[in-house]
Write a protein that binds this ligand. Sequence first.
Ligand SMILES: [Zn+2]
Length: 418
Amino acid sequence: MKKAKDILNTANLARLVLGLAIILTIVATILVLTVRRTTTSGPSDNTCTSVVVVASGDTLSKLLLEQGLTHNDVNAIASALKKDAGISTLRADKDKLEFTRPSETEPVSKIVVVPSPWRQVELTCDGAGGWNCNTIDVERDTRATYRSGEILDGDSFYLAGQRAGIPAGILVDVYDLLAFEMDFERDVRAGQKFWVVYEENFSDNKKIDNGNVLAVSFQALRGNVQMYRYRKSDGTIGYYDAEGNGAIKSLKRTPINNAKITSKFSNKRKHPVLGYTRAHKGVDFRASTGTPIPAAGAGRVVARGYNRGHGNYIKLRHNGSYETLYAHLSKFVKNVKVGTSVRQGQTIGYVGSTGMSTGPHLHYEIIKDGKHVNPMTVKLPAISNLDSKEKKKFQEYRKLLDSGVEQLRDKPDLFIQL
Ligand SMILES: [Zn+2]
């Protein structure tokens, strides 16, 4: 049975290729892929090139003078780099410089600064003391890769994702996305399946880095959570659920990724310190002292202080009706004060155990129209939604991506060329 399924008959293959080709066309119009070809002009016999990786303590002028360039050259090169390429300082262990001479005994006539695998800045001597600067985008070959996994007994999503071969950086992005919809404490169980489609960038057939998460699906207890990255006609990019509703919510249910819930929201519970029954108006997340606390959403700081129960706390106001509160902090962030505007994910303080607390944790509250609500179940507003015309386009894109995923499911070694 299994063997028969593995045999790729001609009809199946034709369908697969067709499917991938359609996706290729659609996806290619949605993603921006740049690109001019890297110049690989055949060097004449005598040219001599040396490569210098910038080390700590190196400056542009130091490196140029070491190559025998004059102070005039240094000034001309520095100003051309700044004006034409926006480069004013070199970064140690990151930037690379290539010096080319027409022959071993002649002065440097060409310098290539490589600030990223996708960009090269070429400086050429004009022979009259001046230097021309030209930026080249390196050709990038982007593929969409599919990985799927399953939660096992005693597993975390992170472990299951690693086992599925999803790179750590992509897993963090996926976690960030799912955290808008999922409660990792209550929604994750053995047997649940998930898949992720993400970009891998290649140059000359060599994998250089990972790109964006294109789609994610997770069989949560409360239903299948699906998110798709989609570029609208106006060029803005967002994540949407299968129906085309904005998947990025104005607030996060779990501000700290991967933090275990140690106490849930309830209108009645026995207080661990006071000993008598009292409502718990937020959710407690276990985290070690000093863990950065990200703002659950964009907003403005409306309170920052200390009280007996909350210890050090900070409160943000988001759009009109929502506020969030973070308590038991060990430390505040110096520049985040009452009145400061913060972005979603910006660190606003550090986990601690100040006030009435039995150990380091984050106590997190969401207040809607002045009333405390359960962060894990409250329906949160989406940051952006698609209008009906854009929704139709999104649906076409999603169906194609889904059918591509369908085909990759059985052949995980294949990828979609973007
Ligand atoms: Zn609490």
